[in-house]
Design a protein around this ligand. Sequence first.
Ligand code: AMP
Length: 186
Amino acid sequence: MSDLRRVCVFCGSSKGEDPQYAAAARAMGQALAANGIELVYGGGAVGLMGIVADAVMAAGGRVTGVIPRGLFRREVSHDAITQLHETATMHERKALMYELSDAFVAMPGGIGTMEELFETLTWAQLGLHAKPIGVLNVNGFYQPLLGLLEQMQRSGFVKQRHIEHIVADHDPVRLLATLAASKPSG
Ligand code: AMP
């Protein structure tokens, strides 16, 4: 997985009801650190965001957080990560997260996570980047969304080539390996 230097992870600022979501976030953090891949994420200490960041740090990995100045309360940003970038706006934050990263992974999350995932998909569709995009499909969490994307394709709103590259896997190690293999060289 040497081609993946930094992976941007989008995930819930909540933990979710079922402990399997937290377990999956820990497993993702451990997989990143074990493969020498730096985590780029929203910089929060809460929910799955905090869990994945803590897991990478605990396993001796590197974590870069990108958080909008003043938008989230001070105590919510994570102060025990490798580096924390503060941006002026939410848009700058996302632009920096995208720029820093070689691939994107969405773990289970809420509206913020979906917005970030769909923005990366939109930018890929417009040809603004060709970075691989994956979803960590913990216990089928992403099945309804993958079904909706297929429905959009069948209904003529989305082209097959714009969704067929999305990697879905419940296993973080295999997900990262597939993303590494699908990264365009250069
Ligand atoms: P949600 O899925 O609605 O919980 O939103 C999570 C996503 O929105 C994360 O990937 C973050 O980029 C961003 N976000 C939401 N809440 C926070 C927070 N308290 N601190 C930092 N980022 C956050």
